[in-house]
Design a protein around this ligand. Structure first.
Ligand code: AMP
Length: 578
């Protein structure tokens, strides 16, 4: 098994140039451990058993080898990925699509129950290279002979233990039996219950194994907490933590090089001295940022795992795992950047609902319970700002030469007949104008406190979605509804599922669930299609809806359609009547 110690790069993995280019653009720095262990044997055509959970990068571990070997001139399914849920099927299809951005004419089709058969049939007839689907619906198509696996070269069972739990195992076995005997099989599962081992034993030929080792270590000097990502977006949560946490220097971990820069910029915009550290930066620039951190001209460094390897700066009091690491080993490396030179260190981990399993693995590996933390409230922040201001006043009185100012205040009082208390109050207000001692109530669409920097934040938002924007140029909308698209401000980071959206809109706006069209979940927001003839009153009612404790702030989607379908505009201009 490739350990995270031995860093290999994507270019060592014998992947084709268009895939390497896509990976570069997406910003992955190095293969995750499961990728380093799975990609070479899969490229060589071996069967594989991969023990890995969500969050480890397992999707790319099978998607990249499949894409590498796909022959786009052959218009038939060459790979089939079975997933336990429709949600996962869509996510996997989206990941494939993004890795395949430079493969002309590549087509992938997600198929799952609950979606109209017609759309699927139409797309199948047009010809697709990869199918991602739930076992039941895949089986339906096979039985109707609308899907043939004769040309299949690779079959992936994703989250096999979940498929077992959901009672799909017989369907999965049936599909395996109907597929050509020569196909390659990759089985991924977070756990390996007996029934899954049996499937592997029965259907896989001499499989290679890829497993994430979870070594245990002790991390006594570090206090560890986690925040479950719900209700508030991660950037707002981080901003609040930064306000209240007593930190000297902070190291924040994210997954991609692009994210290091984006987050550092956003923190700078909020008044922190923050810089990025990633593998794309020149050695000189990286060293400069580390030096600045040591010399205290930089307080926050946003880094990828690789760039922060071996970073040894005593004043790092906090490590924030803004994006969860792929494995426990990486977590231990990360938090080991604090608590150095006999000092106490603090580690905070952001855990989205679907990453809970990784949290448990980390607790096991570090043999420590990780305490759940609550986010600082407005009151906490007010209290902190007041304390800081008092200190500032005391320090100024102690260390500055103020006789000129005393005289000035005295004169001002006399001239305008003002009490010293009134003057001091006005000056306090002015001094804290940008950062009011009591933060304003939450702004209309986030829980971020309005500290005068919200305008900038809103500007950031209008540039969003970073990941979606690029895709929007490439995709066209072709789902079967004729509704109008809206954007709502809850997303994957809040832990929202389509059923929450349907439930809230149906109940609170009084629309029937049936007329709620396609829902697409992004990290920070969702899009939902609603009837074009919806009365204004209904929309008004919708404006008051909260989902996952957040106001949804529904607005009509403006601009290009978001990436809602998985076929390319260039190749399939929507035909009349379709
Ligand atoms: P998965 O375990 O496949 O659900 O992936 C979890 C997340 O990790 C996804 O957001 C991926 O985009 C991201 N990811 C996958 N591979 C890498 C990599 N090598 N470097 C950085 N991020 C990655």
């Amino acid at each position: 098994m490739q350990s995270t110690e031995t860093i290999i790069s994507f270019s060592d993995l014998a992947l084709s140039a268009p895939l390497l280019q896509a990976i570069r653009e997406i910003g992955y720095e190095t293969p995750s451990p499961i990728q380093a262990a799975s990609i070479p044997p899969l490229l060589e055509g071996h069967d594989l058993v991969g023990q890995a959970q969500t969050g480890t990068g397992k999707t790319a571990a099978f998607a990249l080898p499949i894409l590498n070997n796909i022959d786009t001139s052959r218009r038939e399914p060459q790979a089939l990925v079975l997933t336990p849920t429709r949600e996962l099927a869509l996510q996997v299809a989206e990941a494939f699509q993004s890795y395949a951005r430079h493969l002309p004419d590549f087509h992938i089709l997600p198929i799952y129950g609950g979606q109209g058969m017609d759309t699927q049939l139409r797309q199948l007839r047009r010809g697709v290279h990869v199918i991602v689907g739930t076992p039941g619906r895949v089986m339906d198509h096979m039985r109707r002979h609308t899907l043939s696996l004769d040309g299949l070269t690779t079959l992936v069972l994703d989250e096999a233990d979940e498929m077992l739990k959901m009672g799909f195992i017989d369907d999965v076995e049936w599909i395996l039996e109907q597929s050509p005997p020569e196909r390659q099989i990759a089985l991924f599962s977070a756990t390996m219950p007996e029934a899954i081992r049996k499937v592997a034993k029965h259907h896989l030929r001499n499989p290679r194994e890829a497993k994430i080792e979870n070594k245990t270590v002790t991390v006594e000097a570090i206090s560890q907490r986690y925040w479950p990502v719900t209700g508030t977006n991660k950037l707002d949560a981080l901003t609040r933590i930064l306000e209240v946490e007593d930190f000297d220097a902070m190291l924040i971990f994210v997954r991609t090089k692009i994210a290091t820069e984006e987050l550092a910029e956003k923190l700078e915009a909020r008044g922190y001295s923050a810089g990025a550290l990633n593998g794309d930066m020149s050695q000189a620039l990286r060293e400069k940022n580390v030096e600045r951190l040591k010399k205290k001209t930089l307080d926050i460094v946003v880094a990828t795992d690789v760039a922060a390897r071996g970073l040894d700066v005593d004043r790092i009091s906090h490590v924030i795992n803004y994006d969860i690491p792929y494995d426990t080993e990486a977590y231990i490396h990360r938090i080991g950047r604090t608590g150095r030179a006999g000092r106490k260190g603090h580690a905070i981990l952001f855990v989205a609902p679907r990453e809970r399993r990784m949290l448990l693995a980390i607790e096991k590996a570090t043999r420590h319970r990780i305490r759940e933390m609550r986010l600082p409230t407005r009151e906490d922040i007010a209290e902190r700002r007041v304390e800081q201001f008092k200190e500032l006043v005391m320090n100024t009185l102690e260390s500055e030469e103020l006789s000129f100012y005393r005289e000035f205040v005295q004169k001002l009082g006399k001239e305008k007949n003002l009490a010293p208390l009134d003057i001091a109050s006005a000056l306090t207000f002015l001094a804290q104008k940008e950062r009011p001692l009591v933060p304003a109530e939450k702004s209309s669409h986030t829980e971020h406190f309005d500290d005068g920097r919200d305008a900038r934040k809103r500007a950031d938002r209008s540039e969003r979605p970073e990941r979606g924007a690029e895709k929007r140029e490439r995709f066209t909308r072709d789902f079967d509804d004729t509704g109008v698209l809206y954007r709502i401000e809850v997303g994957r980071n809040d832990g929202v599922a389509p059923k929450d959206i349907v439930g809230a809109i149906a109940n609170e706006a009084g629309i029937s669930g049936k007329s709620i069209g396609h829902i697409k979940i992004y990290d920070e927001f969702c899009t939902v299609s609603l009837p074009a003839d919806m009365p204004a009153q209904t929309l008004k009612r919708m404006e008051r809806i909260h989902i996952m404790g957040k106001p949804i702030n529904i607005t009509p989607w403006s601009g290009e359609p978001p990436p809602a379908s998985f076929s390319r505009k260039r190749t399939y201009p929507p035909k009349r009547g379709e």
